[in-house]
Design a binder for this molecule. Sequence first.
Ligand code: FRU
Length: 484
Amino acid sequence: MKEWTREERYRVLESAEDVRDLYERIKSSQYRQTYHVQPVTGLSSDPNGFAFHEGLWHLCYQWCPWGAVHGLKYWYHVSSKDLIHWKNEGIGLKPDSFYDNRGTHSGSGISAGGELYFFYTGNHRDDNWVRTPYTCAAKLTREGRIQKLSEPLFGPRDGYSEHQRDPKVVYHAESGKYYILIGAQTMDLKGTVLVYESEELLSGWRFKGQLKVPSYENFGGMWECPYIVNISGKDLLIFSPQYTKLPGRGESTNHNVYLIGHMDYDTVTFTPESDYRYLDYGFDFYAAQGAANVGDPDKAILISWIGLPDNHYPTEEEDWEGSMTIPRELRIRDGKLLQVPIQGMETLRSGKAAADGTLPRACEMEINADGGDLSLHLFTKEDGSGGLTIEYDAAKKLCVIDKRGMDRRFNEKVGEVLEMPLGNPLRKMRIFIDHSSTEIFVNGGEETFTCHSYPSEREHHYTLKGGSAEIWKLSASVTDDFVI
Ligand code: FRU
């Protein structure tokens, strides 16, 4: 693994030419995705600024141009008309002011009054590397560029640690007010959310209070990327707690969870109606963000980073890593969250795959279970050995996913085997495979499992017992152009 100096990680991008060679080099990687948003060069992590505005979906991702390393973060901007076909737009935000001299960190977007606004964390560090986080804003110009405001909206809140970031702006229709949720850490190192309130988007922000979530006062050391949305009358709180291990999640200390309940903005209290659940059971899923301006009170649209903060992936050797998930539609039925692939994914189907046990590099698999145990091995060798194995035990209603059989192993210490308990007997799985990722949607989205997968040349087969499979090849839907 390459060792990066701080100077290398925090190098400022002077011109597009600085990364042209890197782009040319990684373009031909066998692991470049074809229908997932991925970094133009270097590393992509959290989704940012996800919003619908004047007929177009805007999305940015945390971007470190230089390689598979977390260093100076930019926002890289992509857009889409349908959430399926994506186009590179170039740099969204540059860390070029005093307030964000060491990174334009995560944040959100919202369309209001004919303008598209963005909120992000200016990651300021002084000469002694002491951090001050600022909550900053920007606007989309008529030319389609993102322009920052010269001054931050507010600085850090006293009485909390330096970990205060990831502003998620929420419009609360009942009160007609805007709220900003900030992921934070208390002085005694507990994860929390700080809530700010205003009638206007670019001024008047007041601290409303620290979010109270009964029973979750001691749940991880920092809550990154908080998000609250109302779906069909229920509130959904999503966040990424870190610095803690959680049951069934191996050695990982980074997680993405949700609570369903009721949010009272007046008392700044989120009252959960049931225990927390994992948003996704996979190895690599973090910092999920919902889109603003979806225009339907019964659904939200979510996108997430396929990756985890402390993990390392095989494409590090090629100086790039990371990808976004496909967008998901979220609904709440009978008090349960359902997550399904964005409507229209079927339009990428470009014909049935040969029924000979081979697995195309970009495909969708639909598995119908027979009702008993099921065994699905993806990315096996031709003789059916190895691969990423999914074993479903009908008596326990439990899937065990094991990646130890793959030629390329990674993050062994974090854990290579995970369990996904199902709420109902396994009926159906929709599986989306791209060159370096696998996303599994179980039983109409009752559970999901997302991970990176890097099959070697000989790992393009599968075996299935206990069910039937239909496989469609999927055509490319992201442009991988050099736009900086
Ligand atoms: C989550 C995170 C955010 C932060 C960003 C920096 O992965 O740590 O809290 O804003 O990444 O890239």
